[in-house]
Design a protein around this ligand. Structure first.
Ligand code: 4NP
Length: 157
């Protein structure tokens, strides 16, 4: 059975599609692609159908990531379909808590920065209104957190 992971942020055009791209490449490098299914979604439906923000795509491309996800909103079924649902900040965690259909499904919800190894921060900041350094910082945190997530998922299996 594939392990299914859903990354969630507010708009699903910056942080969570970048997390998806970073995790997919890491799994490919480690030869673990076949064992995981990775997706991302947003709390808002505002950007549904859109590619990731052009700034996020440009910064990711410089590190070799191709972000091709199309934005979609979180659905109730996601709480049943996925094994892990990972939010980026306090607001995402609160919104996911409100949407979780039961306490059992809420146990699947985790915070991205809890997997960080090098960075000591409790959230991945929304880069939408930031300059290019905000996008680079998001990618730095996501690379660290995806590495920690991969270790946590593979060391006890
Ligand atoms: P994201 O960034 O949550 O990392 O995708 C945002 C993108 C768009 C908006 C907010 C955050 N927005 O309000 O449109």
């Amino acid at each position: 059975m594939k392990k299914k992971i859903l990354f969630v942020c507010l708009g699903n055009i910056c942080r969570s599609p970048a997390a998806e791209g970073v995790m997919l490449r890491l799994l490919k490098e480690k030869n673990f692609e076949a064992e995981f299914e990775i997706d991302s979604a947003g709390i808002l439906s505002y950007h549904a159908g859109e590619l990731p923000d052009s700034r996020m795509r440009a910064h990711a491309a410089r590190r070799g990531y191709s972000l091709v996800h199309r934005s979609r909103q979180v659905r109730t079924e996601d709480f049943y379909d996925f094994d892990l649902i990972i939010g980026m900040d306090d607001r995402n965690m609160d919104d996911l808590h409100d949407r979780a259909p039961s306490p059992e499904e809420w146990t699947k919800v985790h915070r991205m920065t809890d997997y960080c190894i090098k960075f000591q921060t409790d959230h991945v900041p929304d880069p939408y209104y930031s300059g290019s350094e905000g996008f680079e910082y998001v990618l730095d945190i996501l690379e660290d957190a995806c590495s920690g997530l991969f270790t946590s998922l593979t060391q006890d299996s």
